[in-house]
Design a protein around this ligand. Structure first.
Ligand SMILES: [Zn+2]
Ligand SMILES: [Zn+2]
Length: 155
């Protein structure tokens, strides 16, 4: 039985910043933005077809980090509701939120994100090889355009 889902990408349109969802297909060389019709160049290889992430199909960098597929906006809203409710529940709502958060968090799938172009990758086969977010790497890639070539910065 094969329940292997293929990798999906969410890239950010360089001209209008909308999210563009893309499935890797080897003959696709562009992803089109539904909002402004901008054509974003992409390059897929054999690895991407197998859900393996080693090179970014958008910016060709090799530096990625992983995080849980968690909607931060919803998290912040839930936290505010629980914080306000805690006035009447003597803090119990915050404990309840913490418990819900803890159990939900365990079930959330991990996603990989490109440091350079912020493209999001879901259903990555080699997600275990990808490290957690590293602040120093992020700063050096984003602000000084450093390229780590897939080497994790260790301290
Ligand atoms: Zn666009
Ligand atoms: Zn990239």
């Amino acid at each position: 039985m094969s329940d292997k889902k293929s990798m999906t990408l969410t890239l950010t349109c360089p001209s209008c910043e909308s999210a563009i969802d893309v499935l890797p297909t080897q003959d696709a060389h562009h992803a089109q933005c539904d909002i402004c019709q901008e054509q974003v160049p992409v390059a897929f290889n054999e690895d991407h077809m197998n859900g393996v992430l080693k090179d970014c199909p958008c910016c060709s960098r090799k530096d990625f980090y992983k995080q849980r597929d968690f909607n931060r906006k919803i998290g912040v809203i839930l936290f505010v509701i629980a914080a306000i409710a805690s006035i009447w529940t003597y803090g119990l709502s915050l404990i309840a939120l913490w418990l819900v958060d803890f159990f939900l968090f365990q079930k959330l799938p991990s996603i990989a994100i490109c440091y350079k172009c912020q493209t999001i990758f879901r259903n990555v086969a080699n997600i275990e090889e990808i490290h957690d977010f590293n602040h120093e790497m992020n700063d050096r890639i984003v602000y000084s355009d450093h390229n780590f070539h897939g080497e994790q910065l260790e301290h």
